[in-house]
Design a protein around this ligand. Structure first.
Ligand SMILES: NC(=O)c1ccc[n+]([C@@H]2O[C@H](COP(=O)([O-])OP(=O)(O)OC[C@H]3O[C@@H](n4cnc5c(N)ncnc54)[C@H](O)[C@@H]3O)[C@@H](O)[C@H]2O)c1
Length: 420
């Protein structure tokens, strides 16, 4: 539902009366008032996380209904439609009502879903499509939950930031899938860190050292694009590489420790230690190590890798003048953060809590990852401002077509990568 439909200067009398204060004039006040009835929700990107996020949404909220699905591939859409329909909870079943003519397949499926009367979208395609789709969603006046990361290159980040800022102007609520930001142990610990519990921050380190999530062989008859999209984790242009796709969660927490200041420069190293040089394993690295510097001289050491049979570790750590924290060790978890982010989305749409727009923050954390990746690919020290303005595109979103050839890119060679 957009403010164009509802007018942007009506007062949210219900909320102000409850508070006993003055009504707040805002675009969102009008939206909250108008959205007190059932919210219609559409899912774009019906894979593992998309289906999971849709379930989180209906578990976390009342008066919401999933009414539309969009995916590049029919089998993925059908699997998720079945997953949502198969819930044996009567409470959840009544929150799923997807008609045949609200199911959209193909590369333009997102446009068809956005042309319906859904109020909210859940966006869970791989990250390559995010800037283009989210720009269109904001244009269409939808409230947004989008998964991370939000782009795969600097031009995509710029496009996503512009969309997030436009969403703010339009009063559209905008939550991103960095669920640690909605996780109680992190929220409570971070409040204590910001209150001086470990003193002034001297240094940080963060890790996502794990294994490769998936890689598929090409099936007979699959075009380049179908194969690349189904094997999306393994190409730079579809995934962003593991530092962007997974490690963003940890980098986001480090930026959070720094009160959402972002690093100003980075040096990085990475490569492929074990992956065979075959199409199945694409063109991404399997390890990265980066040294980030924040404006006040604080350094953050980051490690992201896909190694089998190795020591795994996923955490964030801040060292201060008075102590050390793992960023969630001064708080307690008693709720599911994946559900909480959807509860917060809907509460914000309804005006029960403050307006939420996490778009620029998540774009900055995604770009923190892209900056480190490109430093490792290129072998150069990169600065935030220059790379955000001039960093290279890794693909062209506006020419995507099943008719085009998508040869596998070259594995980046430091010293050469990024040179025209
Ligand atoms: N927050 C978290 O903890 C978390 C966890 C898992 C995944 N994720 C993120 O969620 C996203 C999806 O991951 P996944 O594991 O669900 O992958 P997936 O492959 O299971 O699902 C992706 C879906 O998007 C569809 N798709 C691809 N291109 C599309 C397009 N142009 N238009 C419409 N549909 C398109 C695919 O066909 C597929 O069904 C990724 O960005 C990933 O990083 C986040």
């Amino acid at each position: 539902m957009s403010e164009e439909k509802n007018g942007i200067s009506r007062r949210n009398f219900t909320k102000s009366a409850a508070l006993g204060g003055f009504a707040i004039l805002s675009a969102r006040g009008a939206l909250a008032e108008a959205n007190s009835d059932t919210l219609k929700v559409g899912l774009i990107g019906c894979g593992g996380r998309g289906g999971g996020a849709a379930m989180n949404h209906i578990r976390a909220n009342e008066n919401v209904v999933i009414v539309a699905l969009a995916d590049a591939f029919e089998d993925r859409l059908n699997d998720t439609r079945k997953r949502l329909a198969d819930t044996n909870s009567p409470r959840l079943r009544k929150k799923v009502d997807i008609a045949d003519d609200m199911c959209f397949v193909g590369l333009d499926a997102y446009k068809k879903l956005l042309a319906t009367d859904v109020d909210v979208i859940i966006h869970a395609t791989p990250p390559y499509a995010r800037p283009q789709h989210i720009e269109a969603a904001v244009e269409a006046g939808k409230h947004i939950f989008t998964e991370k990361p939000v782009a795969v290159d600097a031009p995509g980040i710029r496009r996503f930031i512009a969309a997030a800022e436009k969403a703010k102007e339009k009063g559209l609520v905008f939550v991103t899938g960095t669920q640690r930001r909605h996780q109680k142990s992190y929220l409570e610990t971070m409040a204590k860190i910001h209150d001086g519990a470990i003193g002034d921050i001297l240094a940080m380190r963060c890790y996502w050292n794990g294994t490769l999530p998936f890689s598929h062989e090409r099936k007979e008859g699959q075009s380049d694009l179908e194969y690349r999209l189904r094997n999306w984790y393994n190409q730079i242009w579809t995934c962003g590489d593991n530092i962007v796709e997974q490690h963003i969660h940890n980098l986001d927490v480090c930026n959070w420790v720094m009160n959402d200041e972002h690093p100003i420069k980075v040096t990085g190293t990475g490569g492929r230690a074990w992956k065979p040089n075959t199409e199945q394993y694409g063109d991404i690295f399997d390890h990265f190590v980066c040294d980030y510097e924040y404006p006040n001289g604080v350094h953050m050491y980051s490690s992201a890798r896909h190694f089998n049979n190795s020591a795994n570790a996923v955490f964030e750590e801040a060292t201060g003048t008075k102590g050390v924290s793992r960023c969630q060790d001064m708080g307690k978890d008693d709720r599911d953060p994946y559900e909480q982010e959807h509860a917060d989305l809907v509460a914000s749409i309804r005006g029960e809590i403050d307006y939420i727009n996490e778009g620029v923050r998540c774009a900055n954390s995604t770009f923190t990852a892209i900056l480190g990746r490109d430093a490792a690919y290129s072998g150069q020290e990169l600065t935030w401002d220059d790379h955000l303005a001039n960093g290279p595109a890794v693909y062209d979103p506006d020419t995507l077509s099943f008719d085009n050839a998508y040869p596998l890119g070259a594995i980046p060679v430091p010293g050469d990568w990024g040179k025209a």
